[in-house]
Ligand binder design. Structure first.
Ligand SMILES: C[S@@+](CC[C@H](N)C(=O)[O-])C[C@H]1O[C@@H](n2cnc3c(N)ncnc32)[C@H](O)[C@@H]1O
Length: 455
C-alpha cells in the first residue's frame, strides 16, 4: 500500500516521535470482527463462528470473520463489524424506550448495535441520504430482527424539519476522509488529497448543524469518524463548542490502548481530551475518533413545524376490517401474544409503526417499522422480517428443520417433513435459529423464502 507523500509528511509532523510506529501500523493487515446479537443468540457465538478472541471493550464483540452464508449470519445472530467501529455503539449507549436517531446509518453496523442496546424498545430512526445504501441498511436491519426501527432516506437538512428537538440521543457517524480505513479499504487512498479533510469537515459541520436542531434539551450527541484528520475530529468539536455554548463534552471511559483526543491539534482546549482516538498502533483495530456531548440547552418552546413540505411521498393508510381479520387470524394462530404498536399499510404491505404516524408523512420512508406481511387477494402472507424478529419461544406453531432442510429452504426448494401436523402457517426453526415462515400442506412445507435472498 502506497500512502500519499503529503499524508506521510502531515502525520510525521503531527505525530512526532510516534510517527514511524503509526505509519508502519498502516502497512500491516487490518483486523476483522463481528458482534453477536443478544436479542437472538442463546449460546456463546464464539463456539460456533470462527472467533479468534474477544474484543475487550464490547461485551458482544469478537475478533474473527463471519461466513456470509452461515446460519448465524443469514438469521442475524451475528453482524460483521470492524473492532474499533464497535466502540461507537458502546459510547452512544442508548436506553430502552428512548428516541434515538442514527443520522448517517448505512450499511447499519452501528444501527444494529443500537437496536440491541435498546432491546428493541423505544424508537430508532435510521437515516441514510442515498436510497440505494438505505435499502441495504433496511435489509441488514431486517436480518438483525429490528422491531423499533424506521428507515428513512433524507438529507439531514430535510429531516431536521420533521423532528425539531425530538431525539434523546443522536449519532452522527459522519461521512469522512476515511484515513482510518486505509489499510482495510486501500481504494479510499485514491480519493485522498491534502484538501479533502477540510472539504469533509465542511460537510460534517452542515450535518452537525441539522443534528443539533433535532437534539432535545438534555439530549446526547455522539460524533464519530474513521479518520485521523484533526480538521474532521478535534477541530470540528471545537467548532461545535464555539457555536453551541450549551454543549458540553462528556468524558468517555477509555479502554486499554485508547487515547485521549489531542487539544493541540485544535484550539488547545483541554476539554478535548474527553474525546477518544483509536489508533491502529495502540490497539487491535482501525482508526477512529469519537466525541460525546450533552446539550445543556434549557427547554425552549418549539415552534410547531408548519408543513411547507408539500411532497407526499408516503400516505398513511390503516388496514380495513377485512384485512384486520386476516391479520388477526394469522397472529392468533402463530404469535398469540404479539402486541403491535400501530398497524399501517404501504400499498398492500402491512407494517408495525413504532411512532406517531404524522412524523413520517412527507418523508422518504423505506421501512416504517417492522414489516409484518402482505395482503394478497383473500389472504395474509407473513413477511420474513417478522420471523427474523421473533424467537421460537414466542410462536405457537413451530417446525424444527435439520441443517440439510435449512439448505433446501434457503435454496427455495419445497421441504418435506415426517410428522403429522395440521395444515397452515408455521415458524421455521433450525438449531434454535428462527429462519422464516412456511405453509404446511400435508407433509410438504411451501417455501416463502424471498427469491432475491435464495442461495
Ligand atoms: C461512515 S458512513 C456510516 C457507516 C454506518 N454508520 C455504519 O456503521 O454502518 C457515513 C454515511 O454517511 C452518508 N453520507 C454521505 N454524504 C452525506 C451527507 N451529505 N449527509 C448525510 N449523510 C451522508 C454515506 O452515504 C454513508 O452511508
Amino acid at each position: 500500500m502506497q500512502l500519499p507523500n503529503e499524508f506521510v509528511t502531515k502525520y510525521k509532523k503531527l505525530m512526532g516521535a510516534e510517527a514511524d510506529k503509526f505509519l508502519s501500523a498502516l502497512t500491516q493487515s487490518s483486523y476483522s470482527g463481528f458482534r453477536e446479537n443478544p436479542l437472538k443468540s442463546g449460546q456463546p457465538v464464539a463456539t460456533i463462528e470462527k472467533a479468534t478472541g474477544k474484543v475487550p471493550y464490547v461485551p458482544t464483540g469478537y475478533y474473527g470473520q463471519v461466513n456470509g452464508k452461515s446460519l448465524d449470519h443469514v438469521t442475524g445472530w451475528v453482524y460483521s463489524q470492524e473492532p474499533s467501529a464497535m466502540f461507537v455503539g458502546e459510547v452512544v449507549n442508548p436506553q430502552a424506550g428512548e428516541r434515538v436517531l442514527d443520522l448517517c446509518a448505512a450499511p447499519g453496523g452501528k444501527t444494529t448495535h443500537l437496536v440491541a442496546k435498546m432491546n428493541n424498545q423505544g424508537l430508532l430512526v435510521a437515516n441514510e441520504i442515498f436510497p440505494k445504501r438505505a435499502k441495504i441498511l433496511a435489509e441488514n436491519l431486517e436480518r438483525w430482527g429490528a422491531k423499533n426501527t424506521v428507515v428513512t432516506s433524507e438529507s439531514p437538512a430535510d429531516l431536521e424539519k420533521q423532528f425539531p428537538q425530538y431525539f434523546d440521543r443522536i449519532l452522527v457517524d459522519a461521512p469522512c476522509s476515511g484515513e482510518g480505513m486505509f489499510r482495510k479499504e486501500p481504494a479510499g487512498i485514491e480519493y485522498w488529497s491534502p484538501e479533502y479533510p477540510a472539504e469533509c469537515a465542511n460537510r460534517q459541520q452542515k450535518i452537525l448543524t441539522s443534528a443539533m436542531k433535532m437534539l432535545k434539551p438534555g439530549g446526547i450527541l455522539v460524533y464519530s469518524t474513521c479518520t485521523f484528520a484533526p480538521e474532521e475530529d478535534e477541530q470540528n468539536i471545537s467548532w461545535l463548542l464555539g457555536n453551541y455554548l450549551a454543549l458540553k463534552l462528556v468524558p468517555i471511559e477509555k479502554a486499554t490502548g485508547m487515547d485521549d483526543g489531542r487539544p493541540e491539534w485544535a484550539d488547545g482546549n483541554e476539554e478535548l481530551k474527553k474525546t477518544v482516538r483509536l489508533f491502529p498502533h495502540h490497539l487491535k483495530g482501525e482508526g477512529h475518533f469519537i466525541a460525546k456531548l450533552v446539550n445543556g440547552e434549557p427547554e425552549l418552546t418549539v415552534k410547531k413545524h408548519k408543513k411547507k413540505n408539500k411532497r407526499k411521498k408516503q400516505s398513511i393508510v390503516k388496514p380495513d376490517k377485512k384485512q384486520l381479520k386476516l391479520f388477526n387470524q394469522f397472529a392468533t394462530s402463530v404469535f398469540p401474544d404479539y402486541q403491535p404498536h400501530q398497524l399501517i399499510l404501504f400499498g398492500d404491505q402491512l407494517y408495525d409503526l413504532p411512532l406517531e404516524e404524522d412524523k413520517i408523512e412527507g418523508l422518504n420512508v423505506l421501512r416504517p417499522g417492522l414489516h409484518l406481511g402482505t395482503f394478497k387477494k383473500n389472504r395474509f402472507e407473513p413477511a420474513l422480517a417478522w420471523a427474523l424478529a421473533s424467537l421460537p419461544s414466542e410462536a405457537n406453531r413451530v417446525i424444527e428443520l435439520s441443517k440439510e432442510q435449512w439448505h433446501q429452504y434457503v435454496h427455495g426448494d419445497v421441504v418435506n417433513i415426517d410428522d403429522d401436523l395440521s395444515n397452515g402457517w408455521y415458524l421455521l426453526v433450525c438449531d434454535e435459529h428462527t429462519i422464516g415462515f412456511g405453509k404446511l400442506v400435508g407433509k410438504t412445507i411451501k417455501n416463502f423464502y424471498p427469491k432475491g435472498l435464495r442461495f
